[in-house]
Design a protein around this ligand. Structure first.
Ligand code: FMN
Length: 418
């Protein structure tokens, strides 16, 4: 079978991507404890670019100083300029193999945060998250709790964010977008899915505020709208800005697909260039991490199709691991691009194998959760079918030994001139 649609180039804003296959954003916890990029971060992304992915979306990079202490174990940071050189090395290593790379920037974990020094996480309201074990893939959280010695699926009770903090965080986030451009990223993705801070504001389940940021949808979406407006104002079209959002919360009192359609339409009207879809949250984990190997009934493609009815910008849909389904979904207009998360861990050469007609040689993800459980416990992820995971830095071919293309990233020049 020829996979013509999968290998058709696509434009996101002004950025041309050579095919429709992206690496899903994944925090592989390869950074240093204080958020700097390591050789392993660089080699990890470069290896996927070498394997033929047209677009790499980075791990969630923590954009603000306030958010930084609340990560699970390790994340990349960008709350000041000291983080730019390491991120720039990731960009250059990816460009060396001809792929584009977008920075996923996070404004924070909200009530999902856990500070090692015992300080309280902050959130829209003082409501802890509550994981629904029935909506968790079999064996996943049970095993994490077993090791952590916890049985309670409730998170910490957060403190309520002040209006001053909300406004200041929006500003700080926008400043990090400027740093991402200087680091040379081809695009910026606002990280708003999976129960993190913007998601918490959007959800009547976690947002019980009585001020301008709580109540009707117009108020609950104010935070994500303002974060996007501030980001777009700083970026000034130098690079495309997109948003990642969960299509549905799948929880009692949670937001619904119909509400998300209103939100994403508003974000498109503001000027975002693409939408990266996801689903659920840590409370309803099986939507966020589809359990089944059978993607014929992929619920995310159904949601993407619904969402595309209100959008003109490209939509990226995760968890479509089967190239035949991916090709059909793009051909039939259900999605514009697909992304691979765990499947990109299992086989970084998925795109090249599909393009070369070697579909039968793809090393399939077995959904045994080794990658995620290890990341949640602070260990480097490993993969039971790909022994190279976590050791990519030992391959010298993944590091550029001479610069290709212009000496200065074109996005930076564009930004300077805007
Ligand atoms: C180890 C790991 C880390 C992840 N980190 C992020 C992240 O930083 N940002 C994000 O938006 N999604 C993150 N995800 C979710 C993935 O982007 C993706 O949506 C999810 O794995 C489902 O896609 P899949 O079925 O292809 O794995 C992570 C997933 C894994 C396995």
């Amino acid at each position: 079978m020829a996979f013509e649609k999968l290998f058709e180039p696509i434009k996101i804003g002004d950025v041309e991507i050579s095919n429709r296959i992206a690496v899903s954003p994944m925090n592989m916890t390869f950074s240093t404890q204080d958020g700097y990029a390591t050789d392993q971060n660089i080699a990890w992304h470069a290896r996927r670019a070498k394997g033929g992915f047209g677009l790499i979306i980075t791990d969630a990079i923590i954009a603000t100083r306030l958010a930084a202490p609340f990560v699970f174990h390790r994340n990349l940071y960008l709350y000041d300029e000291s983080f730019i050189p390491g991120l720039n090395r990731i960009v250059e290593a990816v460009h060396n193999f001809g792929a584009k790379i977008f920075a996923q920037l996070s404004i924070g974990f909200g009530r999902q945060g856990h500070a090692l020094d015992g300080s309280k996480p902050y959130a829209p309201s003082q409501i802890p998250m509550e994981i629904d074990i029935e909506k968790t893939p079999k064996g996943l959280m049970e095993r994490v709790y077993l090791i952590r010695g916890r049985t309670d699926p409730r998170g910490e009770i957060p403190r309520e964010m002040t209006i001053e903090e909300i406004l200041s965080e929006e500003q700080r986030f926008a400043e990090a977008c400027g740093r991402a451009i200087i680091a040379g990223f081809d695009g910026i993705e606002i990280h708003a899915p999976h129960g993190y801070l913007e998601h918490q504001f959007l959800s009547p389940r976690s947002n019980r505020r009585t001020d301008l940021y709580g109540g009707p949808l117009e108020n609950r979406m104010r935070f994500i709208v303002e974060v996007t407006q501030h980001a777009l104002m700083v970026v000034k079209k130098a690079v495309p800005v997109g948003v990642r959002i969960s299509a549905d919360e799948h929880m009692p009192q949670g937001f619904t697909l119909d509400e998300v359609k209103v939100v994403v339409k508003k974000l498109q009207d503001l000027g975002i260039s693409y939408l990266n879809l996801s689903d659920g949250s840590y409370e309803a984990l099986k939507y966020f991490f589809p359990e089944s190997m059978d993607h014929v009934e992929n619920h995310l493609l159904k949601e993407a199709k619904e969402i595309k009815k209100v959008l003109d910008i490209p939509v990226i849909t995760p968890s479509v691991h089967d190239p035949i389904i991916a090709e059909r979904a793009i051909k039939e207009g259900e999605t514009d691009m697909i992304s691979l998360g765990r499947q990109a861990i299992a086989d970084p050469d998925w795109p090249n194998k599909v393009r070369e007609g070697n579909v039968d040689k793809i090393r399939r993800c077995t959904r045994d959760w080794i990658c995620l459980i290890r990341a949640l416990l602070g260990l480097y992820p490993r993969c039971s079918v790909n022994p190279e995971v976590g050791f990519e830095e030992q391959n010298p071919e993944l590091f550029p030994n001479k610069r290709k293309g212009a000496a200065m990233p074109s996005s930076f020049v564009k930004w300077q001139q805007s």
